[in-house]
Every structure is written in C-alpha cells, then in structure tokens.
Design a protein. Structure first.
Length: 145
C-alpha cells in the first residue's frame, strides 16, 4: 500500500510539472540584454518571453527609461511589436531594440546632463482586454556621452 502511494504521488508530481499555466493577465519575463555599456552608434536590445491565455496581446509594449540623476534623459513610450497570429495559450519572445544615434531605430536618447547616464528600463505588456503584465525592470545600463 505504501509503495502504491509513493508511485501515485510521483506520477502526480510528474504530470503537474509538464503543464504550463496560462493566465488571462499577460506574463512578461526578462530574458537578456545585449550590453550594459552603451556607446554611440550601438544598438541596445532587450529580449523577453511572454505568455497569454487568450492570445490577444496589443500591438505595442510600454517602455519607460528612468535616469535618476538626470530626469531629462528619460522617456515613456509605446514600442510597436510585430503582429503575429494569435492563438489561445500563446507564448513566445519579444525583442525591443533601440539605437544610440543609429538610423532606422528608435533613439535611446543620450545623456542630457553632465557625464554619462546610468539608466534602468521598465516594460509592461498589455492585452486587448486591458490586462497588464507585471512591470519588468532591466539591469542598470550605462549610456556614455
């Protein structure tokens, strides 16, 4: 009897580990950033993973650049994400890329005060029903003059 309980418990744990749980509220998780030291003529690329139960993500992700020592260097914007076929229990990756004086990319805005900037970026994903993910915060990024 004891062995049967142990086997049953093991099977239940194994089955529950393989199932991903999707919520109506989108989930956004930071995966990586290509650099933490940004110089002119370079790109800054953030990569995230996401999930959404209904697959009804909006067409953009909210981005906020925060520079505590120089608020003039910060910004808030909705960054467009490519459209993709929607499906229930959707998951995937999103890349957000900025350029520092690079033509063809959203500008990161270089330092506006004296010296270099140390910035953090906050990101929020919203679906078409108005549900928003938790706020994801990047590691500090040094932006050189």
């Amino acid at each position: 009897m004891r062995n049967k309980l142990i086997i049953l418990l093991g099977v239940l744990i194994f089955m529950s580990c393989g199932k991903e749980k999707f919520d109506s509220t989108p989930s956004l998780k930071f995966q990586s950033v290509n650099t933490k030291d940004l110089h002119r003529q370079e790109l800054l690329r953030f990569t995230f993973s996401f999930t959404d139960k209904e697959g009804d993500l909006g067409d953009s992700i909210y981005v906020e650049k925060i520079v505590p020592n120089c608020p003039a260097s910060g910004f808030e914007q909705w960054y467009p994400i490519p459209s993709f076929p929607s499906s229930s229990n959707q998951s995937g990756e999103i890349a957000v890329t900025f350029g520092y004086n690079v033509t063809g990319y959203s500008d990161i805005l270089g330092p506006r005060c004296t010296g270099d900037d140390t910035a953090v970026f906050r990101f929020v994903l919203r679906d078409e029903m108005g549900n928003t993910s938790d706020t994801v915060v990047s590691p500090p990024i040094i932006i050189y003059k």
